[in-house]
Design a protein around this ligand. Sequence first.
Ligand code: ADP
Ligand code: MG
Length: 724
Amino acid sequence: MATFRHRALNEAASHQTSRYFEEAGPVSGYFGRNVLDLGKMKAYMSPKAYEAVLASVRYGAKLDRSVADEIAEGMKKWAMEMGATHYTHLFQPLTDSTAEKHEAFVSFKEGVAFEKFKGDALVQQEPDASSFPNGGLRNTFEARGYSAWDPSSPVFLMDGTLCIPSVFVSYTGEALDTKAPNLKSLHALSEAATAVANLFDKGVNAVKVNLGIEQEYFLVDESLYNARPDLMLCGRTVIGHTSAKDQQLEDHYFGAIPSRVSSFMKDFETEAYKLGIQLQTRHNEVAPNQFECAPVYSEATTAVDQNMMLMIVMQKVAEKHHLKVIFHEKPFDGVNGSGKHCNWSITTDTGVNLLSPGKTPTKNLQSLSFYASVLRGVYKHHFLLMTSVATLSNSYRLGGNEAPPAIMSVFSGSTLYRVFQEIMGLTEAQVASGKQESIRIVNSIPEIFPDNTDRNRTSPFAFTGNRFEFRAVGSSQNVASAVYVLNSVVAESLREFKAEVDALEASGEDRSSAVMTVVRRFITEAKDIMFEGNGYSREWEEEAQNRGLKAVRNVPEAYEIYHDPDVIELFDSVGVLAPNEVEARFEILNETYVKKLQIEARVLGDMCLNHVIPAAVKYQNVLIENVRGMKEVFGEEFMNFCSAEVGTLKQISQYINNISLDVETLVEARKKANRIEDIALRAKVYSHEVKDMMDKIRDSADRLEMLIDDELWPIPKYRELLFF
Ligand code: ADP
Ligand code: MG
């Protein structure tokens, strides 16, 4: 048992179950310990400084530099009492991860050390940022990028460092991150939604977005992970034959959590609680070794920031457990991939969930206005929304038979669906009758009694009683990039809703009837996006095509939507991204796609040449020796006894040959693509030529895995990676 794989298997077997981050007492005793929330801030600064922070958090008021020093001093005091030595602006560049550059509090003057943290350092930093993706917004010689504190998200401690959630912008002010456009989209949505809400209630001053983010992930033993170059470098397996048993018995979903995993979960939950992350659920997912956790929903920026923190915490805690957390959307072929469902709702500052059907017809008119606007926005920009989750890694997941298809549709649930049908005049109004009744028309406005249990897990965008669940988002993504698109789309639609109602009112229609007219118009316009059936089925793909719904079939081709004038206009009009920022994102998306695929292709080539073929040749030689011996013993008759070995030998030789030639072709395809100057074109060529060749190579490698002596196979197999 000399292979790396066998050593890794031995090591993995020795990994123990243990707790490393236990805290005494109930969670309430340490929840939020590492966060400087508003309550704590009050104790660390003067009332004036605190008021300034409060105004900034609540109304986005600009922080006056005169109080910034005092706020910084208060933060430093708290952080140092908690044992911190450094601070960092934590930002979310266009890489789907976070970035941090730690600065020490300690300063030196004439050899004497003292701690310092000034307002300037709190409010703004200038990381040497030349190597973050910028899509041409910044030349390397003008590399300055600024990170600026986002006071709407509280500062916190991690690893002895005071972390300051920040936006990241270029020298000339363009966004280089996902946070800045998200904040802008929340603002745009708040304005547009408030205007519509004011049609029904003048007392509404702001509308906020709530997000509940469900995080799916896989766990793999660290030793096995380290023995797989593809997992290490790409986050997914580029070769590997499926395991005889995987998820077909459906025995993992909601099953008993293995004790090693359970210890890990408890540990990361403890660390997450200290960061104020309101984790509430944990369970086994469908695929073996796949799991999920979800916090209680919170305001969008907090939810996004906390999800990013959660991913970091999970990775860090996993190290102690000799585990690796795999956030990739499709780490293993043949079993389910991972998503990050975003539960999205909007509530007023008066505490009303605008997507909750109300108790009175007037309240329903309000929620109908919002459903209609969401529906129409999602319909109008369905392809853009799908593209907002289109990444190389998510493309391996979407459209598989167990994940949402890459076609946008909205599931409304039977109650709402019927209401919509009636509004469009497609079905007769239901007359009140006993228990089944769900809708009643009062003065031509439907009354709705929703059935919250109505679920459809095959829909990429589903209404679940008082929120929409965007299920196509990928598990490794920073959800902000999907959420700001959704917010923008809805904001645009709400603006148009309001304008149309205003116009009708101006022409003399009364408000209720004006609203109902626009609701009907919006729903009718958007009717093709509504789909209540099985989103995983073939029939739906055909039906969707007939309805003119565009599917994301090829990721770089989908990115062309960012050149669509309607899309550029959308982002510009809601103030979320200027045209040059959209273009920069287009470049970055293509660049990232190419780079990731390039890495995968290289890793595949390396693994084939360095692992697969050498192992295959070894076994080929064993068989050759055997056949030669048989011939010696049996002479002319030998083929009567070893036709199987000879057959296997032929197959192995054929696959070795195929792989060698195909890897060469793959390298050539890559080189040819790399010479293409235009990044968008290069991405397209990669997506066809490089990807197709990779599939072909994988097929040969996986067949070899089945033919070769298990003792000789050098990399951990699926059955070993997928079961604890
Ligand atoms: P399921 O897997 O059945 O969808 P989960 O409990 O795993 O349910 O996740 C549901 C998520 O939706 C949680 O994060 C929850 O807090 C969130 N959620 C519940 N109500 C709302 C709401 N009104 N707005 C946004 N998110 C919500
Ligand atoms: Mg869910």
